[in-house]
Design a protein around this ligand. Sequence first.
Ligand code: BTN
Length: 256
Amino acid sequence: MNLPISEREVKMFSDIKRVYLDEIDSTNDYAKKLAQSEKSDILVIAEKQTAGKGRKGRTFISPEGGIYMSLLLHQNVISDPTKITVMASVAVARAIEKVLGINAQIKWVNDIYVNGKKVCGILTEGAYNSQKKSFDYAVLGIGINLSVPKNGFSEDIKDIAGALTDKSSRQLKEQMINSILDCFFDIYYGKKEYMSEYKSRSNVLGKQIEYIKNNEKFSGNAVDISESGELIVEENGEKKILNSGEIKICIESIKK
Ligand code: BTN
């Protein structure tokens, strides 16, 4: 069903077609396969993932109790997947506040933090068509630690990861998913301004940060975020534009 934007705007966006899965390797990969035959926007949700993917080839550990969802976006695909990630970060932070009343911050570029712990990661993948010089579709993947996994967080992430609640329920999961969709589409199709909120929720801006680029450690003052989502860092009076694909911010430096 391909509704024109005006009709979409009066619709509750949480009405989007959904696929529910008990277990899958990665909802992003599943959505990419669906893109070959599905020509409408569609949401894929899994109870758990066996090979959840994070940015830069990292694994996103995805046991039961979390929300693992990928949104296949065919229409009006924005030319830059980073912008979709930025919009989604604002949407997830807003949804957390609306549903749970908890303040959520954004760690540039794609992580959501609550009380100093990572509760959500976002991975947007685009299918670039070099002939058309545009994206055929994008897959927006969102992983949320809604509750603490049955066996706790694994050793390698236990110092960084946090959960949103003590106990999750089907109802809470659905509420969160619906709220995220509504907040996201409100920005994406509603063409609402979102950059000022992205910046005001940033736990990086205004801080002296340390970051790693090409295996070398640098430091600087995070002074701004550009419209296309690059981080602007000032070091000895010189401004540097940092691309999220190239650098890793040292988490200890933003906790200070
Ligand atoms: C990150 O933290 O670097 C991004 C994590 C993104 C995880 C989500 S979970 C749903 C979707 N499917 C995946 O395989 N990854 C994303």
